[in-house]
Write a protein that binds this ligand. Structure first.
Ligand code: C2E
Ligand code: CA
Ligand code: CA
Ligand code: CA
Length: 281
């Protein structure tokens, strides 16, 4: 029994060791990913309701890992956030997204998204030079600030209301728009809608999920849409996967939606080619 215990401990220790090594390994490879050009810009349409036409697009990161293939953000964003690498990743995505949309607007203004939405993590809001970073990306790519939306989750926005408000005011002063991402999942009070300056409210997909056949859920989503509109915000419903959901949202007066039913995230160049019948030069 004593040996068994010792054995079990050794197995445990070995596994911990392996996990640590694999974490360090992944950390090192993620660090290299940015420099080796392994990150990919994906875009998902934000569509008008009910016509379904692309109005804007959300930038989503992917990692083309030479060892493991295409990685979804869920498999590397948490590590990137822990290690601070998210700053560099987000800066890359910001620049790529601005560059791509500006190029698209130049080449074919008729099909180009009117705005691009970029996700920022908590670490970014803490950077004192965030506004300058954004200004540099806009200046270097030539994208109009009015075409850029920065998405932040409720939880991130709530961390320090005073600091957040000041930083967001700065960004809005240069013409950039701010979106609350995953609205409704943060368990926070509505007071911050009054205190934090935002332009766009994105209703989390968990509220759209069970919409069909659930009267209470419909009342709730309908009320959130009204609230957003009353506050002068653009409201986007996330995670629309079927036509019945879109029909309900139309009746509720929702003007924008995003989800697999309206378009999946795809490589920026592929989306461009599909909508313009030609490759990017
Ligand atoms: P998010 O910002 O809420 O992005 C929307 C996520 O929902 C995307 O997942 C998208 O593919 C997925 N989605 C869109 N429509 C549907 C639908 O109809 N049904 C379902 N089930 N899912 C849908 P993705 O690309 O895997 O990204 C996951 C999360 O990772 C994002 O959630 C965001 O929080 C984070 N993320 C992605 N790209 C970036 C980035 O460049 N920077 C930062 N900081 N975070 C990012
Ligand atoms: Ca988002
Ligand atoms: Ca979201
Ligand atoms: Ca999210």
């Amino acid at each position: 029994a004593k040996d068994e215990g010792k054995n079990r401990f050794m197995i445990f220790e070995t596994r911990m060791h392996e996990q640590l090594l694999s974490r360090l390994d992944q950390e090192a490879r993620l660090r290299e990913a940015v420099h080796r050009g392994e990150l990919r810009l994906y875009l998902q349409p934000v569509a008008g309701v009910p016509d379904g036409r692309m109005y804007g697009a959300e930038a989503l990161v992917r990692w083309q890992d030479p060892q493991r293939g295409l990685q979804q953000p869920g498999s590397f964003i948490p590590l990137a956030e822990e290690t601070g690498m998210i700053i560099e990743i987000d800066r890359w995505i910001l620049r790529e997204a601005c560059r791509m949309i500006r190029q698209w607007q130049d080449l074919n203004p008729r099909t180009a998204p009117a705005f691009v939405s970029v996700n920022l993590s908590a670490a970014h809001l803490e950077q004192p030079d965030l506004t300058q970073q954004v200004e540099v990306a806009l200046a270097e790519t030539g994208l109009s600030p009015h075409c850029l939306v920065l998405e932040l989750t409720e939880t991130v926005l709530m961390r320090d209301v005073a600091v957040t408000s000041a930083r967001l005011e700065e960004l809005r002063r240069i013409g950039v728009k701010i979106a609350i991402d995953d609205f409704g999942t943060g368990y926070s009070s509505l007071g911050y809608l009054r205190d934090i300056p935002v332009d766009v409210l994105k209703i989390d997909r968990s509220f759209i999920n069970g919409l069909v056949g659930n009267g209470r859920q419909q009342e709730l989503v309908s009320a959130v849409i009204q609230l957003g509109h009353t506050l002068g915000l653009r409201v986007v419903a996330e995670g629309v996967e079927e036509s019945d959901q879109l029909a309900l949202l139309t009746v509720m007066g929702c003007k924008f939606a995003q989800g697999y039913y309206l378009g999946r995230p795809e490589p920026a160049a592929t989306l461009y080619e599909r909508l313009n019948d030609r490759a990017l030069t």
